[in-house]
Ligand binder design. Sequence first.
Ligand code: ARG
Length: 442
Amino acid sequence: MEAINASIGFDQRLAAQDIAGSRAHAAMLAATGILTDKDADAIGEGLLTVLSEIEGGTFQFSTALEDIHMNVEARLKELIGDPAGRVHTGRSRNDQVATDFKLWVRDQLDATEGALLALIRALLTQAEAGADWVMPGFTHLQVAQPVTWGHHMMAYVEMFARDLGRMRDARARMNECPLGAAALAGTSFPIDRDMTAQALGFDRPAANSLDAVSDRDFALEFLGAASICAMHLSRMAEELVIWSSAQFRFVTLSDRFSTGSSIMPQKKNPDAAELIRAKIGRIFGANVALTMVMKGLPLAYSKDMQEDKEQVFDAADNLMLALAAMEGMVRDMSANVAVLEAAAATGFSTATDLADWLVRVLDMPFREAHHVTGTLVGMAEAKGVDLPDLSLEDMQSVHADIRKDVFDVLGVHNSVASRVSYGGTAPAQVRAQVARWKGIVT
Ligand code: ARG
């Protein structure tokens, strides 16, 4: 029974939150006259001693005492005697654990926000440096149209900024205090829930005691936002794995974030990127696991809910690790500008520019321009050259009205510079977006 029942092995991570919650509760009990100031002071002081013992590593955790709440209270009893038995007046472990866990998740949302901001800043630095470096843009992982390095980096800024927004939204919604809901029905003691809510940094007390002790939405929202963020990290990590391969050589990753092979001396492996790519597995797994724990639970508290913590701790730790590693990799990586530019010109990547020119200058319907361009691409392919390498005569053999200024739109730099529509890949657009985001995140 002890082995299946005890949570102290993992919920000791809630020690600081548990003690903060109990101190707020004791101070409120004194302010409302439920406890004497003397007892409340002894409790408050004693809890600080317990906290310093835990932080100092001298605290003896006991599995027989089941969880962090009972471990702390038992030690408090040893330290201050009888008043320790009064701290649990007007509350239950059900509202206590909900409060502790909310405080922990709230701290984690803040920490994740900080890590996301650091990653966004690293991406902005890359985007600014390479606002006009040309690289292939892909669809279906086939070369589609030239884009700029800065534009590609800024796509990730948008993604991680939405992740940041999700963390902030979750924080705002979860910030209601369960403390004082007691076991499930509230309490007959004249407690002041506004006071404890305020002392612990919550916006207000949770308005329904049944809901307050059985809600784990806040943890699920964190896991949901963490899963989407981990998915974004995984996509970016996959690109770095591809880009750093000998076949692509788009980027060189730093030695700090690569490893050698134990048998092949020439190898430099993108291990950090691969591990980041994999983290979605456990993070999304935690999201699914806790959702499955919660489904079907009748109101209010059930012990099933003790299974919430390990999932969230593991997901949170690994998300922070992945964010920090990605930030370091992005800061350290160097783009191989010449390789990117050469690759941008392959695969007839300016075919759309040619078709657009036919529409704009010759007033051709787009469908016909598409057809003419297709014929020219076929011709270039047969000759083994790229579009800008065709002669004017070649072009005119397909359509007599084509003039030599068509070549102005065929180079990759011309191509990207022309895409000035809002959100487009032109260096001017990228610089404007970098400036906008710098104003927001710094
Ligand atoms: N260790 C428990 C948990 O994590 C604390 C709440 C226990 N409540 C109870 N009624 N047994 O959920």
